[in-house]
Design a protein around this ligand. Structure first.
Ligand SMILES: Nc1ncnc2c1ncn2[C@@H]1O[C@H](COP(=O)(O)OP(=O)(O)OP(=O)(O)O)[C@@H](O)[C@H]1O
Length: 257
């Protein structure tokens, strides 16, 4: 059974069909990329899946159960994680403390208990940090970290909820190409090791083609393609929507840039 199934999902804003009868599924331990040019409906899709936006119609199923219309917290409780940027106010806390906070939240403990929490979950936080290659930075304040390292900590924070499905909306935005590849390679490793499913959006075609197990393409709210990198590369409709957008994409047999 699919971890996530989206069935004829629709959302309009005024006259704009932001998401128009979109259906797709994410399998267990699958690394699925959702791509499309600007305004294609990717964020709207994400926001419906994570409960921030109610769909106009259609269904969202998690492990076969209908979760359409549940709140973001209820959906998070069912094992759907997402990466959040570490809030500026948490920048003065250490890397380990940020992960400990997420562990406390996962355990359902309230913020008032934070004071003695310095000792709670430290070991577990260090384990999660080791999984993202950040154990050595555990006691550094987050605001001192390089951008790519902050992204790794954000990933450790998302893992604290032990997600079955992780939603990552442009996880590599603002990163240099080398860093991007490293972060996505790490996520892919976690997909395999933890048997976690990931749905991500990404503007870099190089990253998508190199790492995604499968790619789905939205254009003007409609799903126009679903397949592996080779199939998506040679899909004429996909080439058409990307042509002229400035994104790197192979067209009619030309070498990829
Ligand atoms: N809250 C909103 N109110 C009105 N229109 C909206 C709203 N959110 C999205 N839209 C419109 O819906 C369409 C899809 O937007 P969406 O942000 O989902 O696309 P996207 O693929 O995520 O784009 P980008 O890659 O630029 O982030 C666009 O035409 C956008 O202007």
């Amino acid at each position: 059974m699919s971890v996530l199934a989206v069935d004829t999902l629709c959302k309009s804003f005024g006259g704009v069909h932001a998401v128009d009868h979109v259906s797709f599924a994410v399998g267990e331990s699958e690394f699925l990329a959702l791509i499309g040019p600007n305004g294609a409906g990717k964020s709207t899709c994400f926001n419906m899946i994570n409960g921030q936006l109610p769909p106009d119609s259609g269904k969202i199923l998690l492990d076969g159960q209908d979760v359409t219309g549940l709140t973001p917290r209820q959906i998070w409780r069912r094992g759907v994680g997402r990466t959040f940027q570490i809030a500026a106010t948490f920048g003065s806390m250490t890397v380990a403390e940020n992960v400990q906070m997420a562990l406390l939240s996962h355990a359902g403990q309230i913020f008032a208990l934070w004071r003695p929490a310095a000792s709670y979950y430290r070991e577990r936080a260090l384990e999660l940090l080791a999984q993202v290659g950040m154990a050595d930075a555990a006691d550094r304040p987050c605001h001192e970290l390089a951008y790519g390292d902050v992204k790794r900590v954000e990933l450790a924070i998302a893992l604290a909820n032990e997600p079955r499905l992780l939603l990552m909306d442009e996880p590599t935005a603002g990163m240099a190409p080398g860093e991007r590849n490293k972060l996505i390679a790490l996520v892919k490793e976690l997909v395999v090791k933890r048997r976690m499913s990931v749905l991500f959006t990404e503007h870099s075609m190089d990253v998508v083609f190199a790492f995604a197990d499968r790619i789905i393409v939205l254009a003007r709210g409609k799903l126009i393609a679903d397949g592996d990198a080779a199939a998506i590369r040679k899909n004429p409709q996909v080439q058409e929507v990307y042509f002229g957008t400035g994104r790197t994409f192979e067209r009619r047999g030309a070498a990829a840039t």
